[in-house]
Design a protein around this ligand. Structure first.
Ligand code: MRU
Length: 365
């Protein structure tokens, strides 16, 4: 996607071989580009959310393995790198998927061949992510087009949660890809952006990217979605996912479940943009089986913003001595999901439909 007319991905390799990322902690205030080099750099960038979003976490881990293979391509180094990067964040399955994929390609090779093969596979994983998201956009476009046809002359109002946009992937985004495709196709779209406390990825990232793309949007507080749905102001919800189970339970940013409940109660279609590497075929019951990341309660008791001088500051909003609970994700049971927008088409969120669409991937998992 473009920033000030210049095309960017969220992670890329320079001609020199250096891997660079957009350090998302500074958005929307500042576009900071940083280079990642050591294995520790990659681990910190994922753990401390310089990069975030399930597909981007996976691509970053793949480049982290590639970097380490350039330093030490031994068996022990490969195993240790898998462990070090895997423990950075627990919920998004793309992390394990990418590490397993690197392991599958690299383990059988002689050590001397691993660095080049790792770089090639990491580049492919990044490129494949872009193509998957482009296809999700094309399938989601058909859905938006159908809704647009029923309300001529009026915009299709789409609500989204967190940031499942291009900064969360290598490019296009998952939930935002249908929106970008619809706008390119000349369909009028308006996006309600949940701020997404505690870290405000909606306010800081989704609003930023829609603003940069000139797409009509309103930032809303997390509690406003139900009200807007009750009053017929939302035609469609599209969210992303960090891990979707074999029966279609969807784990995503905390608060997604409440939006799904509100959508169900108000007959608003609730779709999940799902790239296939985000399916965890080993897990069936998402509520019972998916590990949910618990983050510092400081994210709850404080909010981050910018002061008048441009400094990024954190402001305490609760009394001294009040603690918090901060589960970062929740699980929306499949029964609340209208459909999954995947790179192969739109699929019902149930075991049979997912197997019919992705049987080859399930068998290989
Ligand atoms: O904690 P984050 O910012 O990594 O959480 C991101 C999300 O929950 C996204 O919705 C999800 O990763 C899908 S990204 C295409």
């Amino acid at each position: 996607m473009k920033i000030n007319g210049k095309p960017y991905r969220s992670i890329w390799r320079e001609a020199s071989g250096e891997v660079r990322i957009i350090d998302q902690r500074w958005l929307p205030h500042e576009l900071r580009i940083v280079a990642l080099s050591s294995r520790e750099d990659y681990a910190v960038a994922i753990r401390d959310m310089w990069v975030r979003g399930a597909p981007l976490i996976g691509a970053t881990a793949a480049y982290g393995v590639a970097g380490q293979m350039g330093r030490d391509p031994s068996d022990a180094s490969l195993s240790e790198t898998w462990e070090v990067l895997h423990e950075t964040r627990p919920t998004a399955i793309n992390l394990r998927w990418a590490l397993d994929e690197m392991e599958r390609v690299l383990r059988p090779l002689p050590a001397a061949e691993r660095a080049a093969a790792a770089t090639k596979r990491a580049d492919e994983i990044a490129d494949e992510d872009v193509e998957i998201n482009r296809r999700i956009g094309a399938h989601g476009l058909a859905l938006i087009r159908e809704i647009a046809a029923k309300k001529p002359g009026k915009p299709v109002n789409i609500l989204t949660h967190c940031n499942a946009g291009w900064p969360a992937t290598v490019d296009w985004g998952t939930a935002t890809s249908p929106i970008y495709h619809a706008v390119e196709a000349g369909i009028a779209v308006h996006v309600f952006v949940d701020e997404t406390r505690p870290r405000n990825q909606g306010a800081q990232l989704t609003a930023w990217e829609l603003n940069a793309a000139g797409i009509s949007h309103d930032l809303i507080v997390d509690n406003a979605g139900g009200h807007l749905m009750q009053h017929g102001e939302v035609d469609l919800v599209i969210v992303g996912t960090d891990r979707t189970t074999a029966q279609g339970d969807v784990c995503n940013k905390i608060g997604t479940y409440l939006k799904a409940l509100a959508a169900k109660a108000n007959d608003v279609p609730f779709y999940v943009a799902l790239p296939s590497p985000t399916i965890d075929w080993t897990v069936v019951d998402g509520v019972k089986e998916i590990p949910i990341e618990e983050r510092s309660d400081r994210e709850v008791t404080h909010v981050q913003g910018r002061d008048a001088s441009g400094q990024i500051i954190q402001v305490q909003i609760s009394p001294d001595g009040t603690g918090g609970r901060n589960p970062a994700f929740d699980v929306t049971p499949a029964a609340l999901v209208t459909g999954l927008i995947t790179e192969r088409g739109i699929c019902r969120a149930d075991a049979a439909a997912m197997e019919a669409m992705f049987g080859d991937l399930k068998a290989a998992a």
